[in-house]
Design a protein around this ligand. Sequence first.
Ligand code: NDP
Length: 592
Amino acid sequence: MNKEALRRKYLEERTKRLRTDGNDQYLQIAGQLAHYLEDPYTPRVERAPKTDHVTFAFIGGGFAGLATGARLKEAGVADVRIIEKGGDFGGTWYWNRYPGAQCDTASMVYMPLLEETGHMPSEKYAHGPEILAHCQRIGKHYGLYDKALFHTEVQDLRWDGARLCWVIRTNRGDALTADFIGLGTGPLHVPKLPGIAGIEDFKGHSFHTSRWDYGYTGGDRFGAPMTRLSDKRVGIIGTGATAVQCVPHLAAACKELYVFQRTPSSVDARGNAPIDPQWFANIATAGWQQRWLENFTANQAGGGADVDLVQDGWTELGKRIREKIQTLPKEQRTLDNMRLAFEDADFEKMEAIRMRAEAIVRDYATAQKLKAWYRQLCKRPCFHDAYLQAFNAASTHLIDTDGKGVERITAAGVVVAGREYPLDCLIYASGFEVGTAYVRRAGFDLIGENGRHLSQHWAAGMRSKHGIHVHGFPNAFFVQPTQGANLISNVPHNLTDSGLTIATVVAAARERGAQIVGVSAAAEDAWVQLMLTSVGRMAGGPDCTPGYYNNEGRDPGPAARLNVGYPEGAKAYFTYIDEWRKSGTFDGLEFR
Ligand code: NDP
């Protein structure tokens, strides 16, 4: 392995992709493009505006809202209202119904509240319909449908210091109030389109992968073949985690499929398999899912575990890096040496993944173009056993743009390097907004005590305690990984754990007869200072090939320094927060 040559190659490929417009290369879906956001799955039902009061209102009906709602119900809060812009619960899994959608982290730890709801995942990596059904199961099990408002978008959310409650205004004319609010608006929920010249001119059919049009393609989200594509020339722009999952299905259905690639994904083996009910019955003893979650975290993010119960691509990735570091004699384990060992482990893994492409894809030139030249965690690692194989079909064409991206879209198709590819249908697998302003993604600014806006409070970066409590925003709770465990390899674990923290705090406030609970300025500041001691994230990095992990390769500014997790890692955070919850003193919070 010539490490210097590899470093040079990585840099060369990165340089090709650097753009001066960074995140601005993407289009916000609005105006003439707004139809790309319409909900193709559930008809909107007219209803009268609501003006009632609940104890707890939660914005967002994905895993964050469901997990928090569940824990609140368990803690005795009867009236929980979830407000959701989609037509049902599910969040990501409501919107992303593209063929082949599947979780990338093992179902046993990825799917929340399995033990509580008594569900056994059918596969090691469950498919989208099962995960969406599970979201609905959680909603039913905990009675969260009773007060839920679907197809409802919050437009204004402000603290009423006189009435000591939150006032929530929506696009359905609602003016609701709540003692407490939770925010689970997700980091990746606003679809984006590439800012390619001529995008509005295309006369064929087009849609974003998160609004899959089965009416056009035929087939369904359960895997029925998309028979209406048999006479169609279809193009797909993007080769990220979404495209990796849906391309094999398109390849099997289309007359001709054109995959427009700017940067290849790293695609490692998947190894999916059905879960054996007999095996599951043996392991599913009381407390099993919590044990599995803890074991996953210890193997993936470090912290010591004798066995690897989960054995998925993520735990393998974590273990491989640690094993390499452990080959260093103890006295040589400096930060620099550990980084070099990490790099070695990564070079080896990426070389194996590149060789996998060469072994699977029969056409040599195509195989070369499918090789990823960057560190595995520069972009979202992918795992699939049919994606690379799809390029062996004569009707599937990889149109590699050599890092430049699609040149132009015309009325008839897509232009790359001066050549037009005529298409009947164009699918955008172009991802979701990351790194745009919180207010733009959420659709509202939070207005807390003394009229202070969240955007002002976070102007120099995120400030919180635990990633949950924000000073000046009493009775409000954020549910997301940053400034908490920041366990990116299993996002739902962060959410269920925060849900438990919130339910514990709300129950304590009620027990104490407190109307207000919030973090003190000093406690928030101390937490922010602690976050600044974190060495940062393993994913992305300024020297990585551009993508949403590294702000498209542009310096994100000092505010991004706060987009980190607990300095000692995810396992240590979960241990810390468990003790914090159990202590009953809720250090840093003020109950009034
Ligand atoms: P991504 O943002 O990962 O991918 C967008 C794709 O569009 C990239 O390949 C990008 O290329 C390409 N692109 C953008 N502009 C152009 C252009 N002008 N010309 C050509 N190509 C272009 O979106 P995804 O929807 O794939 O995934 C988003 C995230 O959602 C994932 O990273 C993951 O976190 C999550 N996800 C999780 C799944 C799971 O767990 N099972 C499944 C799917 C998604 P480039 O790389 O060069 O920027």
